[in-house]
Design a binder for this molecule. Sequence first.
Ligand code: S3P
Length: 428
Amino acid sequence: MIQSVSSSIRFAGQTKLPADKSIAHRAALFASFANGISTLYNFPASADPQSTLSCLQQLGVPIEVLPDRTVIIQGVGRYGFRKPNSPLDCGNSGTTMRLISGVLAGQPFSSELIGDASLSSRPMGRIAEPLRKMGAHISLADGHAPIRIHRSKGLHGIDYELPIASAQVKSCILLAGLWASGTTIVREKIPSRDHTERMLNLSISHSNEKCSIRSNLSHPIPHGTFTLPGDFSAAAFVLVATSIIGTGPVYLPNVGLNPSRTGLLTVLKEMGANIQIRNESVSGTEPMGDLIVQRASLRGITIRGDQIPNIIDEIPIIAVAGAFASGTTTIHDALELRYKECDRILATVTNLRKLGAQIEEFEDGFAITGNVPLHGNTVDSFDDHRIAMAMAIAGLGATGKSTILKANAASVSFPEFWDTLALLQEAH
Ligand code: S3P
């Protein structure tokens, strides 16, 4: 699909966002091995969480999807999964592949996980290595999917310090710990998103500037009713678009506001954005609230170090904010971006240069000079949802027309994205 956007000066109104992708994966997965029925309201139509649902169905979990997108999952308990008849297709979803691998590592049957071309090029040694330390038998193809997980002969807990800040790796190990003898401890120096530990109510302690999270075989798995909050990472595109173009205000109800995800609010506020939070509440263990954003004059800032994991998915759209800010916006310590759905540093730099931006590429980030006028051009999503959406917002702020190739990538996390853009440009 090819999508064009034109220079816009109107961006206002109210819109509902898709439910949070990270939370949806976990809600479905944890419900699948609980003992009891879970009802998940507002489950997203996005391709990634749908990949998780179809893998769970292949593992014999009864799942009913109602027309209003309520998902009812009949948990099969820790030992109720069925050996799948064919490889589990995780599509484009790293979270599906890495989290389900943690669950399958301890199962009494063999399984195989596959993905699309992008997922098959992403590093999987980062989960295979700790799972092997726990006693799992795992084969990779040169460090990548397909992942073959051999029938478990029993796992044992490990004490593991994460070499990189990654919620997917952290969650994978903690999940395997639910099938392992003894205690599994994951230690992280730099916090990453904490949905797994919150939603499973895992024990957490802090010492020597590290956070230690524990799981074990007898840890109870919660189930019940859960309304999924809106995706903060989807809100990010609307927050930046409204800040840099249009009139505002834009009102975003029921957005997930887990502090391990909302680093972009701190970043945008430091850049001078006008964003307010209203009606704060909690759904299950996840905080949420409404966001109201108005247009503002932004200024460039430097972001690095411990701030990065909290904004890791928002960096392409921060680059766009930087293009419309005074001064320079610099990102460092974000090498992980090169291992996402595409090399997001390369994709961001290549595309923004095509639109006329002055941007310098570093191995671990970039520096973009703000307020250099952008002009419409053809850019490529690199088959990456966040690149497609970030470039659409850049196109709205550029003069003339911009065309985004392979724009359907957006449906991985935000299938309603193109309609939402149109709605907010028309609204008054
Ligand atoms: C995710 C964790 C992050 C993030 C991804 C979703 C998750 O990846 O980029 O979009 O749901 O755990 P890493 O954990 O690899 O940093």
